[in-house]
Design a binder for this molecule. Structure first.
Ligand code: F6R
Length: 615
């Protein structure tokens, strides 16, 4: 979704803004803009579409730009008002002396807009953000102090915001403020940065200060001052980012998605590191801050998540119920927040999110906290809003995920659920010792098996080539791999825009079979030794009888498979219970190669954003 970067210092301002915005590009956007302070003026440049258009616009106007000393930049994902030049940020007040960029949604903007129009403000856009520009400009005209003007203005805003404001009469000062939307300061020497997310600053500094809700930052090149909503100074900790700038490089891969798929074996080693190293030792999960005696009596867990994280949650449910016998409900955050739930103080609520910034999940977690539940967050961003709400926090340690389509964060989420489920089973003594040992042994072997798949992807590429012209797919599976079918289909939809649906194989004959013919391939996930292996084979036969082309994703050595299926994607032998952690890889690759074959924008699919910070 939207991204913000601000800079004041000795470097080339426009270059810093573009680098920052480029590193936020992965979040998805439809227009972009910058405001720079140059020769005692605020100059604004905007464009529709990708950043290259903005670069061209700035290049076109370069004779007007002399020596900018500070600036703010924005990429916009339209919420209020269509994607258009006029709606792109930065926005200004009536006289154009002030510029503001904004992430989030101002819920009371209509009432404020009416009020400001009455006071003579002239609105140009349809955005909620322009309200902030007029509001702050009016306040500034009264108090003549930009920080105070921002403070007074944000007190009137309802909703979510991370904003950066510059004013012509306050040279090289950027004022930032936030509520329910992330914002951080990148601390440098003789320069400072302000941004909505760390990738925007990581090329320049690893030192960051995270703003909390209702805090205001006044940033100059030599100073950062943070105050609360009442103007009291807040002493903030400077944190050091764990990432290197190289995390934002493709390292020779054509796309970030492909790089991130290939990173998965190491990601899994990272997740297991320190938690599982010996099959005779119990899983260590010190991150779970609930007394073990209490965990023994735990009888209800709710997992809340969206999208890919929701698919990982379904595997989590299966595992926790299977290993520890604890009843688990899984629900999309957007559904959870609008109904009367039975969550209470004895429910363990688990929030799963790659970004830790998904608005629906944050709202759901806050509701669970109000009901006094213990909240366990599984996220790739321990620096996120969601992580800050956690009573227990399991960081994924997958490294920055740049591609909009989640891959390595999904496998890291799966492995975290394996560890959590085994941890609970060990506390409850609910699994046979031999079974546990085998499970742990297989978990440790998992990265090597993934490497085996990744070392030769030509068969998957061939499958992608053969099937890329189909417009509809059904992915079928049963049991623990049902979520693999959902996730595989979601990946294909997201990046190739092909209609793909994950379906319980046994449900095929209850409706979807009506759609089957030679135009709709069916991909079946078949793990030999699995409880429903034979049943899925029969379901596949039923599809074949309707002329559907069949693809098998399997570890089976059975020669008959080759006769039944039109294409077979093989994976190394694995037990059914662990197989979702392996089947995800070829499904990601299949989606990737189909999208790549069709020439789609793999890393930044249309209409999607990396972190969905609005409900
Ligand atoms: C899928 C994808 C989205 C996200 C969803 C939740 O590839 O990226 O479906 O999984 O928006 O995001 P997080 O996990 O950040 O809460």
């Amino acid at each position: 979704m939207c991204g913000i970067v601000g800079y004041t210092g000795y470097r080339k301002v426009i270059e810093v803004l573009f680098n920052g915005l480029t590193n936020l590009e992965y979040r998805g956007y439809d227009s972009a803009g910058i405001a720079v302070r140059d020769e005692n003026e605020i100059k604004i440049y905007k464009s529709l579409g990708k950043l290259i258009n903005l670069k061209n616009e700035v290049e076109r106007c370069k004779s007007q730009i002399k020596n900018p000393t500070s600036g703010i930049g924005h990429i916009r994902w339209a919420t209020h008002g269509s994607p258009s030049l006029i709606n792109a940020h930065p926005h200004t007040c009536s006289c154009g002396k002030l510029a503001v960029v904004h992430n989030g949604i101002i819920e009371n903007y209509k009432a404020l807009r009416e009020e400001l129009i009455q006071q003579g403000c002239v609105f140009r856009s349809q955005t909620d953000t322009e309200t902030i520009a007029h509001l702050v400009a009016l306040e500034y005209s009264k108090v003549k102090d930009l920080e105070e003007a921002v403070r007074n203005s944000v007190k009137r805003l309802q909703g979510a915001y991370a904003i950066c404001v510059m004013h012509k009469d306050v040279p090289d000062v950027i004022v930032g403020a936030r509520k329910h939307a992330p914002m951080l300061i990148g601390v440098g020497e003789g320069e400072n940065f302000i941004a909505s997310d760390t990738p925007a600053v990581i090329e320049y500094t690893k030192k960051t200060i995270y703003l909390e809700d209702n805090e205001i930052a006044l940033v100059t090149k030599n100073n950062v001052k943070i105050t609360d909503i009442n103007g009291n100074i807040v002493n903030k900790k400077v944190e050091v980012l764990p990432w290197e700038p190289v995390a934002l490089s493709k390292l020779g891969y054509k796309h970030f998605m492909l790089k991130e798929i290939h990173e998965q074996p190491d990601v899994i080693r990272n997740v297991l590191n320190g938690k599982l190293y010996d099959i005779d030792e119990a899983i260590k999960l010190n991150e779970v801050k609930i007394d073990k005696e209490k965990l023994k009596d735990l009888n209800k867990i709710e997992i809340i998540a969206c999208g890919t994280s929701l698919n990982a949650a379904l595997v989590g449910k299966y595992l926790i119920e299977d290993f520890a016998g604890i009843s688990v409900e899984v629900e999309a955050s957007s559904e959870y927040i609008y109904r009367k739930t039975t969550t209470n103080s004895s429910t363990l609520v688990i929030g799963v999110s790659q970004s830790g910034e998904t608005a629906d999940t944050i709202t759901a977690i806050k509701q669970a906290k109000e009901k006094k539940s213990h909240v366990l967050i599984i996220t790739n961003r321990p620096d996120s809003n969601m992580a800050r709400l956690a009573d227990s926090l399991i960081p994924l340690n997958a490294g920055i995920e740049v591609s909009v389509a989640a891959t390595k964060s999904y496998s890291a989420q799966l492995i975290s659920f394996y560890l959590l489920a085994i941890y609970l089973a060990e506390i409850k003594n609910s699994l046979n010792k031999e079974y546990l040992k085998n499970l742990k042994h297989e978990l440790i072997q998992l990265p090597t098996k993934m490497e085996e798949i990744l070392s030769n992807t030509s068969n998957i590429q061939e499958c992608a080539r053969k099937f890329s012209s189909y417009k509809n797919f059904i992915y079928i599976a049963r049991g623990i791999n049902l979520s693999s079918a959902y996730e595989g289909a979601l990946k294909l939809k997201e990046i190739s825009y092909i209609n793909a649906t994950g379906y319980p194989a046994g449900e095929l004959k209850h409706g979807p079979i009506a759609m089957l013919d030679e135009t709709m391939p069916v991909l079946s996930i078949l793990i030999p030794g699995g409880i429903c292996y034979e049943k899925i084979l029969s379901n596949s036969e039923e599809a074949k009888a309707r002329n559907a082309k069949l693809i098998a994703l399997t570890s089976s050595e059975d020669e008959n498979i080759k006769n039944l299926f039109d294409f077979v994607i093989k994976i190394p032998s694995i037990s059914e219970i662990l197989s979702p952690a392996l089947t995800c890889v070829p499904l990601q690759l299949l989606a990737y190669y189909i999208a790549e074959f069709l020439g789609k924008d793999v890393d930044q699919p249309r209409n999607l954003a990396k972190s969905v910070t609005v409900e």
